[in-house]
Design a protein around this ligand. Sequence first.
Ligand code: COA
Length: 176
Amino acid sequence: MTVEIDPAGIWDSEAIADVAAATFPLACPPGATQDDIAAFIDDVLSAERFSEYLTDPNRTVLKVTHGGAIVGYAMLVDGEPADADVSRAVTLRPTTEISKLYVLPGNHGTGVASALMDAIVERAEAAGCAGLWLGVNQENVRAQRFYAKHGFTKVGTKTFLVGTQLHHDFVMQRAL
Ligand SMILES: CC(C)(COP(=O)(O)OP(=O)(O)OC[C@H]1O[C@@H](n2cnc3c(N)ncnc32)[C@H](O)[C@@H]1OP(=O)(O)O)[C@@H](O)C(=O)NCCC(=O)NCCS
């Protein structure tokens, strides 16, 4: 499957928000309520929020395009982790967070996500990062397996608020 991976621009805000709304529920544990998921999508994954992310100099949004349509995206956040638990667990500096990595379900298991991860690694290496880190829900075994295939190991835990519910994540890191 041939895809293109490029930095997104502010003009992509609506299309990426649509992909974000379609894919975020897939990363949530079965116990997450529809109301909490909807609140998170409204607060954090709206087109308005993506237009802010896309103009933040510390963030990079990469989009994956197939046949003219966006089928996945990732958001990278450079700099010191804000969360104290993460800051302790993540040992490599400078580090970049993979804050979001989502592919539409019809494209899972096709190599699209791996191509996106390769592009992330290439960008982080070019920027002089020593490591990448991410948080992944403790019940999201598929994503954990994907990250392990790409050299990430579990280095700690953190919590993540979705609506009113606190979710439990593993923190994973990989050296570059
Ligand atoms: C996470 C994601 C990007 C990975 O992309 P993908 O195309 O599914 O990844 P791959 O198929 O290359 O790798 C997944 C691995 O998990 C395995 N797997 C699939 N379902 C699984 C399950 N229920 N339990 C354990 N492993 C599973 C696959 O067999 C594969 O391993 P293999 O290559 O050794 O066979 C994609 O699944 C996705 O967008 N998911 C929804 C959003 C999400 O969870 N994002 C991550 C948030 S942290």
